[in-house]
Design a protein around this ligand. Structure first.
Ligand code: SAH
Length: 345
């Protein structure tokens, strides 16, 4: 018989499980607290549960279906986790602390590999294997919390995969993060390469997390040369979808823009971008390209980055430059490509 997966279940589901297995209902609340308040990953450490309850749990249930296969720590103390799924595939997540902030941000994956094939991204080279289940998505946060004995305060869906192509599981996981893990919607950011129908759906449901969009180009021509998704969902259509998204949700979107030398980092590119997004309620997050040996793209010079920032700021946008984290362990943006290869099925 399939085992009951504890992680992700709400109190009612845990109560039903306890009752079905001849336990007192209140044991569920104790289990719930061990899991969600204390991130305890060993049933034997749940000391207020009687031995007989723990034995039942070990026989009939599992806490998680994924496990930490490998862990690397960067010089800047960023940590990259490699998770192994029940079917033997791998996925990655990254834990970051930003200086002067108490926030602890986890960057998690929604798919094994990625189908979007962006020319500059190392994850793309893995190809796509499958969507992560909702359980697998949330277990990443549980295992990080349990491993580090910390509470994650912010989540960014910026790991492997395209979150909006796994929309149902994404939304279910956000609900569990909110209700069980007590991580509020506003502390969650979902990054997409621009899947328009899904953006429209989020607009309809009044999505309360932050939507970040990997735009990376000031126009359709450049975008389609580096991001195949633009062939299906063109630049202008994407901007219109974002505009109606901001109107419907009254939420600002974040425009992500990776600066690559000679590709999208010129003064004219900055002016074109400023014009293209002038009517969009957004902030801009500039990302310095992380070079990797799997592609020939180069990072923009420091001076181009500053010019780019000034031009966008002069147009009235709030602009931040994303701090590079964990580059020495390949944990930075676009570097997640498991060293254990995911064999394609
Ligand atoms: N598929 C989603 C989620 C991935 S988030 C999306 O496209 O938004 C990862 C971010 O890192 C994306 O903005 C991606 O375009 C960017 N990225 C990819 N390769 C990069 C690299 N080498 N350096 C910096 N950013 C990169």
């Amino acid at each position: 018989m399939e085992k009951f997966v504890i992680l992700g279940k709400n109190l009612k589901q845990m109560e039903d499980f306890m009752i079905d297995n001849s336990q007192s209902k209140f044991r569920a609340k104790q289990l719930y607290n061990w899991v969600y308040l204390n991130s305890v990953s060993d049933i034997d450490l749940m000391s207020n549960l009687p031995l007989q309850t723990r034995e039942m749990l070990k026989e009939k249930a599992v806490l998680t279906t994924i496990s930490v296969k490998d862990k690397q720590v960067s010089k800047d103390s960023t940590i990259k986790y490699l998770f192994e799924m029940g079917d033997g595939s791998y996925s990655e997540a990254v834990l970051m602390r930003f200086d002067n902030r108490s926030n602890l941000t986890a960057c998690i994956s929604t798919q094994v590999g990625c189908p979007m094939n962006c020319a500059f991204c190392a994850t793309a080279k893995l190809g796509f294997k499958r969507n992560l289940t909702c359980d697998e998505i949330i277990q990443q946060i549980f295992l990080i919390q349990s491993d580090m004995s910390v509470k994650v305060t912010n989540i960014v869906f910026m790991g492997q995969g395209e979150p909006l192509l796994n929309l149902d599981n994404l939304l279910s996981s956000i609900k569990i993060f909110r209700e069980q893990f007590q991580i509020g919607s506003r502390r969650i950011t979902v990054s997409t390469c621009g899947i328009i129908p899904a953006i429209n759906k989020l607009a309809e449901m009044d999505f309360q997390s932050t939507l970040a969009v990997s735009l990376h180009a000031p126009n359709q021509e450049i975008r389609k040369s580096i991001m195949p998704v633009a062939l299906k969902y063109p630049f202008d259509d994407l901007l219109s979808a974002l505009k109606s998204y901001t109107e419907k949700t009254s939420r600002r979107v974040t425009i992500e823009y990776v600066l690559m030398k000679g590709i999208n980092d010129s003064v004219n590119n900055a002016k074109d971008l400023a014009y293209a997004i002038s009517k969009l309620k957004c902030n801009v997050n500039l990302i310095v390209y992380n070079q990797n040996d799997k592609s020939n793209f180069k990072k923009a010079d420091k001076i181009s980055v500053q010019k780019f920032k000034y031009i966008l700021e002069a147009s009235g946008k709030k602009v931040t430059i994303r701090l590079e984290r964990g580059a020495d362990i390949d944990a930075a943006c676009g570097q997640l490509s498991s060293k254990f290869s995911n064999k394609k099925v």
